[in-house]
Design a protein. Sequence first.
Length: 95
Amino acid sequence: MRFRIRTGTGRKPSAGKLQLKGIDENMVDSLLKGQDYDEYEAALHLAKKKRIGPFRADEESRRENRQKDMGTLVRAGFGYDTAQKIMDLETVGQS
């Protein structure tokens, strides 16, 4: 479970994967509550991994792909507010 969180996966997709494997919904809820999970940090990790939002090469590319990048974060299971916070960050270096 920690692996899915560290790789930039939202809570909903993680819970869905566990339920598909036959784990009871109550057990999934207790597992997720026991994890130290920061949605913002996970979304930032995914943005860095995919080089979207503030991790794009230049400002023009960021403007052109803003909606597409937000869609990527939302489809990964992050809330709209979290995706918007990531997209509103200043440009981050490619380190």
